[in-house]
Design a protein around this ligand. Structure first.
Ligand SMILES: C[S@@+](CC[C@H](N)C(=O)[O-])C[C@H]1O[C@@H](n2cnc3c(N)ncnc32)[C@H](O)[C@@H]1O
Length: 347
């Protein structure tokens, strides 16, 4: 075990992650936990009951309990690591702003508990879907849920069988594969919410490589579900949200991706508040890009346009809005042919 510091807390965890590791901790995800803290602060809520259902070392729950004033109670649960979490709680007693309760139940047992939460965090290994099924009804109306999926291969169209089985959607390797994965994850969450006569609204997201994290508000069921498909041309970069077997631009065959979420991916006002609270430069940069990002479904990359036109790649700044999902990606509200025209003019 080694002593780490992150944000305002100190904690013991293992410094190497191997198959035999007893306490999961990924220092590379400090950025995601920084965002988590700012997200909670930006909600501006108080006296919440929170649960970190997959606590690991306890770092996330402890940071939320010491770097925000949002919670009355933060429960940190983990099937295997409650002893180390308790030790880490003691190490930080003076910094905690809420009561902490350490538990060690199996996350799937949450379904039979009578308690509800205003904030529920699901951060397991792999897909969160089966835990979501049990935990969804435990998020209070108006409450917030954070969800991590680390099975990017299933969501990004690499492990197609797993994707279809777990997420009930067909993914496909595209230039905007991480957005497809994100929208499929949100679609599945909405479907599970609907089973309990609820709906979810995505508030914020954070996607790095095979790791996807989305924050939702849980609310009453909304019959105007924003689910559908993307029709991606197999020959050119063009895509459409309207059902068509062939590309309107080049006439080649389209492939149907989905079903997936076609609504907004984040709440802009909340992201603006987060930006105003942020101090760290890396976090500020991320939020700056996101708050200016258009709501157009799917982004293009400068590389795919250059390759299609067999021309030199141009700077992403010349088009639409940038996206946090790809340094060379941009969103445009324009039709593909108009966008290409613009691109050509930049020669
Ligand atoms: C990815 S780690 C959590 C990381 C942590 N949230 C963080 O930010 O560092 C997943 C944790 O879930 C725990 N776990 C696995 N299966 C579980 C289950 N069925 N119920 C509760 N905890 C479980 C593991 O012991 C592991 O510590």
């Amino acid at each position: 075990m080694e002593l780490f510091t992150e944000g305002k807390i100190k904690f013991f965890a293992e410094n190497k992650q191997t198959r035999d590791s007893k306490v999961f901790f990924n220092p590379m995800r400090d950025f995601d936990r920084d965002l988590n803290v700012i997200f909670i602060n930006a909600l501006g809520k108080h006296e919440l009951r929170g649960i970190d259902l997959f606590g690991g070392s306890g770092v996330r729950g402890l940071r939320l309990a010491s770097e925000t004033n949002a919670f009355n109670l933060m429960r940190i649960n983990d099937l295997k690591t409650s002893a180390i979490i308790s030790k880490n709680v003691k190490l930080n007693t003076s910094k905690l702003k809420s009561k902490i309760d350490v538990t060690s139940f199996d996350a799937t047992d949450i379904y039979s508990s009578k308690e509800g939460y205003d904030y529920l965090d699901i951060d397991p290994f792999g897909s969160p879907v089966r835990y979501l099924l049990q935990a969804m009804p435990k998020v209070r109306y108006g409450g917030v849920m954070a969800l991590t999926a680390t099975d990017g291969a299933a969501l990004y169209g690499k492990a197609t069988r797993a994707g279809t089985l777990k997420y009930g959607a067909k993914s496909f390797k595209t230039s905007y594969f991480n957005e497809v994965g994100l929208r499929i994850l949100i679609k599945r969450t909405e479907e599970i919410a609907n089973m309990y006569d609820r709906s979810v609204t995505p508030l914020f997201f954070d996607v790095r490589r095979h790791y996807l994290r989305v924050y939702f508000r849980a609310g009453k069921a909304d019959a105007r579900r924003k689910l559908g498909y993307i029709y991606q041309c197999t020959s050119c970069p063009n895509r459409s949200l309207m059902h068509s077997d062939h590309c309107e631009f080049c006439g080649e065959k389209n492939i149907e991706i989905g079903p997936l979420w076609l609504g907004r991916l984040f709440e802009r006002d909340l992201v603006k508040t987060m930006y105003n609270l942020a101090q760290d430069e890396r976090v500020k940069r991320y939020l700056q890009t996101m708050k200016g990002e258009s709501d157009a479904v799917s982004y293009y990359t400068t590389a795919e346009l250059a390759s299609y036109l067999k021309s030199k790649e141009k700077s992403v700044d010349a088009y639409g809005t940038k996206t946090v999902l790809n340094d060379k990606g941009f969103r445009s509200e324009r039709e593909f042919k108009d966008m290409l025209e613009e691109y050509r003019k930049l020669e």
